[in-house]
Every structure is written in structure tokens, then in C-alpha cells.
Ligand binder design. Structure first.
Ligand SMILES: C[S@@+](CC[C@H](N)C(=O)[O-])C[C@H]1O[C@@H](n2cnc3c(N)ncnc32)[C@H](O)[C@@H]1O
Length: 263
């Protein structure tokens, strides 16, 4: 930090606090700095972060100092190294019974044709979406969805193997990526007459297409996803578990978010 300007030092200190301590006051920040700049300078910087929506401000009452908080602090582990992350919501859905309107429901090969699943995916996707193994089901969304499926019989924009998508698109060019490949080898053969794909390597390639702050939605027989194991710059926003009756294993839908420099 020796060649850093005062402005750089302020940002560094602010980010340091917000990624580790969740909240700060101007006084607390000045106490930590070797050569603190004017209080007013720190104030202006923090207020501009509030305007950008990066931090939230809780004005102090009377002579108490205002507290600036990281709105995402609760969603992530403190150091990024602690595992497993367990502070995300788990939603449990019962399929194999009936939808609230009485219609029968089960999870078949076209996962998102099940309303209980489709509703969740449509709720989470945002901005420009890549549906990497799009299958048959169309998702409703108010922005662009790029549909890819290796099977040319599917109504898709692209018919690439999912592992080729990383080369086809610019890194960080999607706000959301949806990854619903065949769940296992036998499913791949039985229902899609296509080869299974290697889920882990494919996931790692797809993760790079998500912009910082964007989401990765994945379906499968377990709750693996970007936030479990591969990278520290992801955290889990939610996990949905779909019970399929007493004799069948449940299906999982995970929602992981890529961190920004602000956490
Ligand atoms: C579980 S289905 C997707 C269902 C889809 N979400 C829906 O609701 O219709 C898996 C899809 O992945 C496609 N697929 C299989 N292997 C693939 C690969 N290597 N690259 C891209 N797509 C693949 C299959 O053709 C199939 O349509």
C-alpha cells in the first residue's frame, strides 16, 4: 500500500472492514488507519457507496455515529475459507402429489415442466440468461434467454456440447446460468438418447460465464454446485429439495451467487 493515495487507502480500509466485520463507523475506521484522512473525506466516500447501493447506512440517534453495513454480510462466511457454509435457506417441496390447483405433479425428464420447479427457476433468474441444457421447457422471463441443447431436435439457439459453451461466449457475459444436465448416465441414455456430460468440468467452465453478482442455478441428485468446493468467490443463496415419495431419491435445485469485490 506504500504508493497508494489516500483515496486508495480509504477504499481498501472500507472494503477490508466490510468483508470481515460486516459494519463500521467513521470513527472506527479512522482508529484503524495509520494516517487517517479528514473525517469529511471518509464520509463522502461512504455516502457515495450508499448511493451506489453497495453499503447500507443506519443513521445514529443523537450523538451516536452512523453505522455503515454490508447488506450481503450474512450471506457469506467470514473468511471465505470456512466450510461448509450452512447459513442458507433450505426449501422443501413435495412432488409426487398434487399442485395447489389439484393437478398431478411429478418430476419427469423435462424437469422444468413441473410447475413447482419451473416457478423456482423463473423466480431466481435475472438479466441475460444462459440455459445450458435447455431441453423442452421454455422459461418465462423479461430479458434474453439463450437456449442451448446438444440434441438438435430441441428448440434451441445453439446445439453445442455444454463443454463448448465456455469458448463460445465471453467470460462474465451472463447474469444467470441455468444448468440442468442429465442427472446420471442411465438417465442420459434412457430419456435423451444422448451421452451424459461430465458435470463437474462442465460446471467449472460455465461458472466463468457468470458475471460477479450473478447466479448459477443447478439441478441434480445432490446439492453440489459452484458454492460447494471449487471456488471461494461463490456463496449459496438457497437450496430447494424436491421430495419424490418414499421410494425415490429427492432432487436438488441449488442457487449459488458469484461474489463481487464487495462480497
Ligand atoms: C434434464 S434435461 C433438461 C430438461 C430441461 N430443463 C427441461 O425442463 O426441459 C437434460 C438436457 O440436457 C441435454 N444434454 C445432454 N447432454 C448434453 C451435453 N453434453 N451438452 C448439452 N446438452 C446436453 C439433453 O439433450 C437434455 O435435453
Amino acid at each position: 500500500m506504500s504508493s497508494a493515495t489516500t483515496g486508495d487507502r480509504i477504499w481498501y480500509a472500507v472494503l477490508f472492514h466490510l468483508t470481515r466485520q460486516e459494519s463500521l463507523t467513521i470513527e472506527g475506521l479512522r482508529d484503524e488507519m495509520e494516517n487517517p484522512p479528514a473525517r469529511q473525506t471518509i464520509y463522502r466516500r461512504l455516502e457515495s457507496m450508499v448511493d451506489l447501493g453497495v453499503v447500507e447506512k443506519e443513521p445514529g440517534e443523537g450523538s451516536a455515529p452512523s453505522v455503515y453495513r454490508d447488506p450481503n454480510a450474512e450471506k457469506r462466511p467470514r473468511t471465505g475459507k470456512e466450510k461448509p457454509q450452512v447459513n442458507y435457506p433450505l426449501y422443501v417441496h413435495n412432488v409426487g402429489g398434487r399442485e395447489p390447483d389439484g393437478s398431478p405433479t411429478y418430476i419427469g425428464p423435462w424437469t422444468f415442466s413441473t410447475k413447482m420447479v419451473r416457478d423456482v427457476v423463473e423466480e431466481w433468474i435475472e438479466g441475460r440468461v444462459l440455459n445450458a441444457c435447455a431441453g423442452k421447457t421454455e422459461l418465462e422471463h423479461d430479458a434474453e434467454i439463450v437456449r442451448n441443447d446438444i440434441n438438435p431436435e430441441m428448440d434451441a439457439d445453439l446445439n453445442l456440447d455444454v463443454t463448448e459453451l465456455g469458448e463460445h461466449f465471453e467470460e462474465e457475459s451472463f447474469d444467470s446460468v441455468v444448468f440442468d444436465p442429465p442427472f446420471d448416465q442411465s438417465q442420459a441414455k434412457e430419456h435423451y438418447s444422448m451421452h451424459d456430460t461430465q458435470r463437474g468440468p462442465a460446471r467449472r467452465l460455465l461458472m466463468r460465464l457468470v458475471r460477479p453478482g450473478g447466479v448459477f442455478i443447478e439441478c441434480g441428485w445432490n446439492d453440489h454446485g459452484p458454492a460447494l468446493g471449487y471456488a471461494e468467490d461463490w456463496y449459496r443463496e438457497a437450496c430447494h429439495r424436491y421430495r419424490r415419495g418414499p421410494s425415490y431419491q429427492p432432487m436438488f435445485l441449488t442457487v449459488d451467487r458469484r461474489r463481487t469485490v464487495f462480497g
